[in-house]
Write a protein that binds this ligand. Structure first.
Ligand SMILES: *Cc1c(COP(=O)(O)O)cnc(C)c1O
Length: 404
């Protein structure tokens, strides 16, 4: 449990939660449930145990599924199957690109990396690790809407820049970056460009060819696929030094026996995501707008974070001045609503969110922020339940904090 529920055993915990009138999961940016179709396909294939690298028919049967999944992922991203490798998820894909760039930078003469202050921890930490390895790493700031500070970006770019990594859409506030322009500028400097598109894929159109990227990261469990599997796009001709050495799976780019079932699930999730993109956007943005307007109307003095327009359709980050995030979450959880805070409390770390700090919130506001991230299963009744449940929670916590 990331927050301090003072219950000892799991059963007691379940009892408390089941006392809630309604159960509403609005933490889809953290992870999504498996889609029924994905689950059915995985269950159907459970006995296909062949090693996808074996040449006999059992192996080929498993391999055929892996290759079908590769085509589905490539279609979703606007590229070719040969440019996709499968990984264990978003974190690995991001790490693998940074690993390649660290090795290239050591070879010189280009030896500077540019990324941003609002990346997912797996990119931020890869950047910090690269800095420890002696590479100059620029962490570019963002404005109060979460958009990259383009002047600072231009100033950091030079003929020394080997690599630029900017996330396509932010997981906490939902702001979408101008990746096409960021890529264009990086290319002028002769740099390779990567985007962590884990939050963008399946939520907004992603067309790698149009964007001009060299590398792109996606993950299955953020698009209703299984956990522990993802993909990395590598442009033809772009350098890649494998992180996992061993067999020649993935043409030597990623060793290890294929995670058949995970990859199958990713493939199905990818083709469904492409098919449903318009519906998804309509559905989630309608509910997100309703939630935003409802909260603004019912709760005085709140702040909506992120870009007003260029934002993921499902994401709503709200600051509640005078109330504390973990306390809000706990009260919400008792009321059956599962969301997340602006602080990285999952790791037991009560530092305010680096993203909310980067958009200028200050520690107190950053601590009093909640991210609602909606999904396919969210409905109007869920949203109205949140709108009805939040005002007394915030009112009570604000009253308590003024007492201190
Ligand atoms: C979830 C997430 C990741 C990590 O992906 P995993 O598959 O969980 O390793 C990376 N970047 C962003 C933006 C994410 O939201």
């Amino acid at each position: 449990m990331p927050y301090p529920i003072v219950l000892i055993n799991h059963d007691a915990n379940t009892t408390i939660i089941s006392m809630a009138k309604r159960h509403v999961y609005v933490d889809y940016n953290a992870t999504t449930p498996l889609r029924e179709e994905v689950k059915a396909a995985i269950i159907n294939d459970f006995d296909i145990f062949g090693n996808a690298s074996s040449l006999h028919s059992r192996g080929r049967k498993a391999r055929a599924r892996v290759e079908d999944a590769r085509i589905s992922v490539a279609k979703l991203l606007g590229t070719e199957a040969g440019n996709i490798i499968f990984t264990s998820g978003g974190s690995e894909s991001n790490n693998a690109v940074f690993e390649t760039m660290r090795l290239l930078a050591k070879e010189g003469p280009k030896n500077e990396i540019i990324t941003t202050k609002i990346e997912h921890p797996c990119v931020l930490t890869s950047g910090e690790y690269s800095a420890k390895a002696g590479i100059k790493v620029h962490f570019i700031s963002v404005d109060e809407t979460g958009k990259l500070n383009m002047d600072a970006y231009r100033a950091a770019l030079s003929d020394k820049t080997i690599f630029v990594s900017v996330m396509m859409a932010n997981n906490e506030v939902g702001t979408i970056q101008d990746i096409k322009e960021i890529t264009r500028l990086a290319k002028e400097a002769g740099a390779y460009v990567h985007s962590d598109a884990v939050q963008a894929v399946g939520k907004i159109p992603v067309d790698i060819k149009d964007l001009g990227l060299d590398y792109l990261t996606m993950s299955a469990h953020k698009i209703y696929g299984p956990k522990g599997v993802g993909a990395l796009f590598i442009k033809t001709g772009a350098p890649f030094y494998p992180m996992l050495h061993g067999g020649h799976q993935e043409e030597g780019r990623r060793a290890g026996t294929y995670n058949n079932l995970g990859i199958l699930g990713l493939g199905i999730a990818a083709s469904l995501a492409l098919h449903d993109l318009d519906d998804y956007q309509r559905h989630t943005s309608f509910l997100r707008d309703r939630l935003r307007e409802g909260l603004l109307e019912k709760i005085p003095n709140i702040r909506i974070n992120g870009h007003p327009k260029e934002v993921l359709p499902n994401t709503l980050s709200v600051s509640f001045p005078g109330a504390e995030g973990e306390a809000i979450l706990l009260s919400m959880d008792i009321a059956g609503i599962e969301a997340s805070t602006g602080s990285a409390c999952a790791s037991g770390n009560l530092e305010p969110s680096h993203v909310l700090m980067a958009i200028g919130l200050g520690p107190e506001l950053a601590h009093g922020s909640i991210r609602f991230s909606l999904g396919r299963e969210t409905n109007i009744e869920d949203v109205d339940y949140i709108i009805e449940t939040m005002p007394p929670i915030i009112e009570k916590l604000r009253a308590m904090s003024t007492l201190h």
